[in-house]
Design a protein around this ligand. Structure first.
Ligand code: SAM
Length: 235
C-alpha cells in the first residue's frame, strides 16, 4: 500500500492496542485519518485541528453520521469536533487527551517554531501518548526524482539522527519515553542497508510516570483558548 495508508494503519493499530478514549489529530487536513478512526468505537471524543480553515470546511461533512447511524444510534458515545487553530497555540479544550497524532505535520512548521510546538504539545497538552511522523531526509536519495524536499510546503526535513535528537530532548524536558519506528523499508543491497531507517520515520511517545521532575516545567503554564470550533457532531 502507498506510504500515507501505511501511516494511517500504524495509527489504527496503535488505537486498537491502547484503546484511547480521547484522540486529537493535529494537522488533520482532509480529515482522512479521522474518517478511519471514527469507526473505532472505543474513542469517545475525536478531534481534528488544522490552521487552514478552508481545507476543514471542504472536508468536514465527510465525518457526518450515515443515515443508518441516525436511525440506529450506537450505544457508545462519540463526539467529533474540528477546530481551526495553530498547533503552536495553547488550547484548553484539547488538554490531557489519551492520544495526539501529528502525521506529516512537524515539517510544515517553520523550524524556529518547533520548540514552541514541542512546549505546547508535551508541556501544556501533556497527553498520555503522542505519535509523530515525518519524512526521513536520509531516505531521499532513494526516491526517484526527489531533489530537495519531498513536499513544496516543507520547511525542513530531518535526518534520522536529527529526528532522534529532537525526540530525546523532548523526553528529557517533559518526562516522556520514546520508541522509534516507521513505515516504508529501504531495499537492502550493496548501496543501502537497514541503518538508513524508514522512508517515513515515526516516534511514539508515552508519559513516563517516574519523571516527576518534569512536572515543575508545567506548573506555571497558564491556560488559554485559541482555537475556533468549526464542526461539532454528537453521534
Ligand atoms: N496529517 C495529514 C495526513 O497525514 O494526511 C496531512 C498533513 S499535511 C501534509 C500538513 C497539514 O498541517 C496541512 O493541512 C497544514 O495546513 C497543517 N498545518 C501547517 N502548519 C500548521 C499549524 N501551525 N497548525 C495547525 N496545522 C498546521
Amino acid at each position: 500500500p502507498p506510504l500515507y495508508k501505511q501511516r494511517y494503519q500504524f495509527v489504527v493499530d496503535f488505537v486498537q492496542n491502547y484503546k484511547p478514549k480521547k484522540v486529537v489529530d493535529l494537522g488533520c487536513a482532509h480529515c482522512d485519518l479521522l474518517r478511519k478512526l471514527k469507526f473505532h468505537r472505543g474513542i469517545e471524543l475525536l478531534v481534528g485541528v488544522d490552521i487552514d480553515s478552508a481545507v476543514i470546511r471542504q472536508n468536514m461533512y465527510t465525518l457526518d453520521p450515515f443515515p443508518s447511524e441516525y436511525l440506529k444510534p450506537s450505544d457508545q458515545p462519540l463526539t467529533v469536533q474540528l477546530y481551526q487553530g495553530s498547533v503552536t497555540e495553547k488550547e484548553l479544550r484539547i488538554k490531557g487527551f489519551d492520544l495526539v497524532t501529528c502525521i506529516e505535520l512537524i515539517g510544515h512548521l517553520p523550524l524556529a517554531e518547533v520548540e514552541r510546538f514541542s512546549n505546547v504539545l508535551f508541556g501544556y497538552m501533556f497527553p498520555t501518548a503522542v505519535i509523530v511522523s515525518t519524512p526521513n531526509a536520509d531516505f531521499n536519495p532513494l526516491l526517484p526524482g526527489c531533489s530537495g524536499f519531498r513536499h513544496i510546503d516543507h520547511k525542513f526535513e530531518w535526518t534520522k539522527v536529527e529526528f532522534h535528537n529532537w525526540a530525546l530532548e523532548v523526553c528529557r524536558l517533559y518526562g516522556y519515553m520514546v520508541e522509534f519506528s516507521g513505515v516504508g523499508k529501504a531495499p537492502c543491497n550493496e548501496d543501502w542497508n537497514e541503518s538508513i531507517g524508514f522512508c517515513s520515520q515515526i516516534a511514539v511517545f508515552h508519559k513516563d510516570s517516574s519523571r516527576s521532575d518534569a512536572y515543575m516545567r508545567r506548573e506555571n503554564m497558564e491556560d488559554s483558548s485559541a482555537y475556533k470550533l468549526l464542526y461539532n457532531v454528537v453521534y
